[in-house]
Design a protein around this ligand. Structure first.
Ligand code: ZN
Ligand code: ZN
Length: 397
């Protein structure tokens, strides 16, 4: 679908995309506070002449439409970029370093936004090459709280016009520049957090028989939690249950009343998610009871797993091969990180893929959310080419 003319156009606009990315990098904003970012996006979209710009969705979110002029069936495809930054003090010595101290684009969402603006420009210039509609979606707050995806969906972004398929991409500091990694299935995990509060009965450290020791209960719960995965989950499936914090006591000769544990559960399979939550709760409550104490469990469900549709993943893989060459397209490995693009994928078929932006020679090797994270901007060319061709391929299929 993508022609050499379009590829050349993308190469030509790349300096502009890089400039946009650097502007956004210099002016990062936290989730649901992306006011200047949103304004910047709206101005760019207005200049391009796209249709039906809607603003203020889930506070700062923006959608807009590009209508193809080629006669045809008229499907609608959604392309998404997230816009938010993180509460991190940037440690990079670059001339586009964050001007908003304590806030930093340390996950590459500046690149996502800039790339989607580039995609919009290319699609506007080539409306005669596709039928149907491209819905551009700029989302707030992927990083924090309940995320921006779900409230945007609740505000109706998947309708009017009805969206048939959803696509998004994430830069990856783990993959070499320009490589496109497509995972046909799970791409990211569901991320849940939990707290267990154990209630015992405190007393003198020298008279344990008069107490219900919550620390002993905690150690038994921690041990038993290890069996959720090791004895409950198929060894070929993936689940993580981690105890990440434990708080109790204050003195060397006092058995405390309570002990608190906290941690995370990561799963791909919704059934395993239910299983882990259920077992964790049962273990905590019954182990505590068996020692004469009690436990209350507070289990918080975060983003669901990011599950790519098999057919849409194959479409992306083939579109990426056309766009950037077979040697640059790899089978993606699922990671245990979470991403709220998952909500779009729960509602529509689609695919979320990764674009490599790691460059050892340039020292761009730091992981996401690190104060020295950066993006090798050369990788954005392949990101734009892939996304443009995914839209063209889907709408013309
Ligand atoms: Zn992130
Ligand atoms: Zn991210």
């Amino acid at each position: 679908m993508i022609t050499d003319t379009i590829k050349n156009e993308i190469d030509e606009i790349l300096p502009g995309v890089v400039a946009d990315r650097r502007h956004l990098h210099e002016h990062p904003e936290l989730g649901f506070e992306e006011n200047e970012t949103s304004k910047f996006v709206i101005e760019r979209l207005q200049a391009l002449g796209v249709d039906d710009i809607r603003t203020g969705l889930a506070v700062t979110g923006v959608t807009a439409l590009v209508h193809g002029t080629k006669p045809g069936e008229g499907k609608c495809v959604l392309l998404r970029a997230d816009m938010d930054a993180l509460p991190i003090v940037e440690e990079n010595a670059v001339d586009y370093v964050s001007q908003n101290k304590g806030v930093m684009h340390a996950c590459g969402h500046d690149a996502h936004t800039a790339m989607l603006l580039g995609v919009a420009r290319v699609l506007m210039d080539n409306r005669d090459t596709f039928s149907g509609t491209v819905k551009l979606l700029f989302q707030p707050s992927e990083e924090q709280g309940t995320g921006g995806a779900l409230p945007m969906i609740e505000q109706g972004v998947l309708e009017d016009p009805h969206v048939d398929a959803v696509f998004g991409q994430h830069v990856s500091s783990g993959d070499p520049t320009g490589e496109i990694h497509v995972a046909p299935g799970p791409n990211g995990a569901a991320a849940d957090s939990w707290k267990i509060t154990i209630n015992g009965k405190g007393g003198h450290g020298a008279a344990p028989h008069q107490t219900v020791d919550p620390i002993i209960i905690a150690t038994n719960i921690i041990n038993a939690l290890q069996t959720i995965v090791s004895r409950g989950v198929d060894p070929m499936a993936q689940t993580v249950v981690s105890v990440c914090n434990i708080h109790s006591g204050f003195a060397d000769n006092v058995i405390p009343d309570t002990c608190e544990l906290g941690g995370t559960v990561r799963t791909f399979d919704p059934k395993l998610r239910d299983f882990a939550q259920d077992r964790l709760t049962t273990i905590a409550e019954t182990v505590a009871k068996s020692f004469g104490g009690s436990a209350t469990v507070n289990y918080h469900r975060g983003y669901p797993a990011t599950i790519n549709d098999a057919e849409m993943s194959e479409l992306v893989r083939l579109a990426a091969i056309e766009a950037v060459g077979e040697d640059m397209v790899k089978v993606g490995e699922p990671g245990m990180g979470a991403e709220d693009f998952s909500y779009f994928l729960e509602n529509r078929p689609g695919c979320f893929w990764n674009v490599g932006t790691r460059n050892e020679e340039r020292g761009i090797v730091w992981p996401h959310h690190h104060p020295r994270f950066d993006v090798d901007e050369d990788g954005m060319s392949h990101g734009i080419k892939t996304m443009v061709n995914v839209a063209l391929t889907y709408l013309n299929s």
